[in-house]
Structures are given as C-alpha cells and as structure tokens.
Write a protein that binds this ligand. Structure first.
Ligand SMILES: Nc1ncnc2c1ncn2[C@@H]1O[C@H](COP(=O)(O)OP(=O)(O)OP(=O)(O)O)[C@@H](O)[C@H]1O
Ligand SMILES: [Mg+2]
Length: 303
C-alpha cells in the first residue's frame, strides 16, 4: 500500500469530493419534491452533517487498477458509523469495485492493484498484519442476486457460527432465531427452518442472506444492489430492514434506483468513470446537488 501524504480529516475529504469537477453554486429547485415522502419507518429525519459524524471508514486517495484499466481514481471520503451511505452512478463507474475494496474482496482478483489508504476505525485494513478472514467477518457483504447455500434455512444462518467452531446447539438456535428476527424473516420461516433455503422467494432469500450476514455480528454490511432482483413489496421489506439495521450497523449500499437512494440513504456518493464526483447528505444530493453532472444523472439525463 502506498501511503499518500493526505490530510485525513473528514471535512477535508468532503471538500475534496466537492472539488472534483467543480462548477459554480446553482440552485436546483424541487429536483425531487417527494424526497423522503415515502421513506421507510426509521429514515433519518434530523439534520445531519458529515463533519459531525464518527468515521467508520476513511478513504484516502484510493486508486484501483485492473491491469491497465484505472477503475478508481483518487477516491477520498469518510463513511460514517451507523448511517446508510449510498453509492450511485452509471454502469461501470466503479461502485462495486469501491465496495469490494472496503472488505478486501478485490484481493481475490489477480489483476487488481490498489494504492492509497482505507482506514476502518482508524486502522489501515491493507496493512500486512491484518487478519483478512476476520476483517471480512467484521464487514459482511450482500450481493445483487441472493446467494443462499444449498442447505436448509436454519443451516444457512448457522453457517458462519459453525465455521467459527461454535458447537452448542442452544447458542446456535438462539443466534439463528435472533438473526432471522432481526432480518424480518422469522415469522415467515419459523415453522419450516429445516426446509431448503432455495424454496424461499427471491425477497425472502435476500433477507435470509442478510440474516446469515448478521449472525456473525459484523460491524458493517455492504450491499451491492440488494433489491435489483426484487419486486416492489420485497424491496420495501428490505428497505425497512435496512432502516432497522442501521441502529446497530454501518450500511453501505450500491443502488441504481434513485428513489431508493433518496428514501434510505443518509449520505450519497455520485461516481462517474472511477471518480467521486459529489458526496453529501442524500437530501442535498437529491434536492440541491452542487455539480451539474450529479443533477443530470439523478434526473435521468444521462447514464
Ligand atoms: N473482476 C474484474 N476484472 C477486471 N475488470 C473489472 C473487474 N470488475 C470490474 N472491472 C472493471 O472495473 C470498472 C468498474 O466496474 P464495476 O463493476 O466496479 O462498476 P459498477 O459501477 O459496479 O457497474 P454496474 O452498475 O454495472 O454494476 C469497469 O470498467 C469494469 O470493466
Ligand atoms: Mg456493480
């Protein structure tokens, strides 16, 4: 990891994000007058301010290359604790790549090369002495397509505990129930815990995968387009679940759904061709973005 000499304060990071492709201040009236009108229960309503948040991740001049493809260019930002931060931007702009940098999933891609710095609670996650499996336990990940294991509902949720060597049935039972309740799935599956997970609907499978992620008590949950394969009802359930989860976890979500980013995001980052163009509260991003590129994207003029 190259260590750049960058100021690591969140305010500076935010300013850096604001400076990329700077345009004069403009007022964009009523871009989304319905902002948060249909937000799930639990959506943050108080005024929030990035400079007052506790940092979870601090990214400093992060660059990612896949061979000669420069996929992330000098990304600097602070991702706050126990908030939902949404990454938006057109296909191929680097959202999933950025998400995968946060739990070192890009380590699994041979041609991926990273420079810069990512701090989690102040610790460099790319330093040599980091225990990567433990890091991935702390930072769970949920993908676009629900990926339950070909096992029972119960065994899917128990899986992480078994890997950790937990043997006591009472502990596993209790964790399975707590995780399924937390993932708002318990009532739908409590009478068929031994049934194959593959028999669940897509929306139930996605909540099962979230239950599996939280069973091992992560600190952060990364969600890459978690609702893109779900219908509006299942999407609403997962969104409500995200609002509940942020009481205990930091959530980072990638979404192509602007309404979803506006409904659930506390903060929103707009990316374009590997660069972080603008990063602010979701309210500012969807009501008064400072960059024309952001406005064009969220109003559907490109992308
Ligand atoms: N495993 C990989 N190997 C090589 N290049 C990759 C790999 N994954 C992504 N890339 C490249 O990195 C760039 C960013 O891709 P990424 O998947 O992060 O975009 P994205 O914003 O998540 O797009 P989408 O919205 O379509 O999911 C693209 O140019 C893509 O081709
Ligand atoms: Mg992606």
């Amino acid at each position: 990891m190259t260590k750049p000499a960058t100021d690591t304060t969140s305010a500076t990071m935010e300013n850096n994000a604001r400076e990329v492709g700077s345009t004069p201040e403009r007022h964009v009236p009523n871009l989304t007058p319905e902002f948060r009108r249909d937000a799930p229960k639990g959506a943050t309503t108080e005024a929030i301010d990035l400079s007052k948040e506790t940092p979870c991740f601090q990214l400093n001049a992060l660059n990612l290359h896949y061979g000669s493809n420069h996929a992330l260019c000098d990304v600097s930002m602070m991702i706050p604790h126990k908030r939902i931060t949404a990454f938006i931007g057109p296909s191929g702009c680097g959202k999933s790549s950025l998400l995968r940098c946060l739990n070192r999933m890009n380590d699994l891609i041979d041609i991926a090369q990273i420079s810069g710095e990512i701090l989690l609670d102040g610790q460099d996650i790319y330093s040599k002495n980091v225990d990567v499996p433990e890091l991935r336990r702390r930072i769970g990940m949920v993908f676009q397509k629900p990926n339950p294991f070909p096992k029972s509902i119960y065994e899917n949720v128990a899986y992480g505990l078994r890997i950790q060597g937990v043997r006591r049935k009472s502990v596993i039972d209790e964790t399975v129930e707590r995780s399924l309740r937390h993932a708002a799935l318990w009532d739908e599956v409590k009478d068929r815990l031994k049934s194959p997970a593959m028999e669940l609907s897509g929306g139930q499978q996605q909540r099962l995968v979230i239950a599996r992620a939280i069973a091992i008590e992560p600190e952060v949950i990364l969600l890459d387009e978690p609702c893109s394969a779900l219908d509006p009802i299942a999407t609403a359930k997962v969104e409500e679940l995200m609002m509940q989860l942020k009481e205990n976890y930091t959530l980072v979500i990638v979404t192509h759904n602007m309404q979803q980013a506006a409904r659930v995001g506390d903060y929103c980052a707009f990316m374009y061709m590997g660069e972080l163009i603008e990063y602010d509260t979701a309210e500012v991003m969807f009501q008064k973005p400072s960059k024309k590129q952001t406005e064009d994207y969220i109003t559907g003029r490109f992308g």
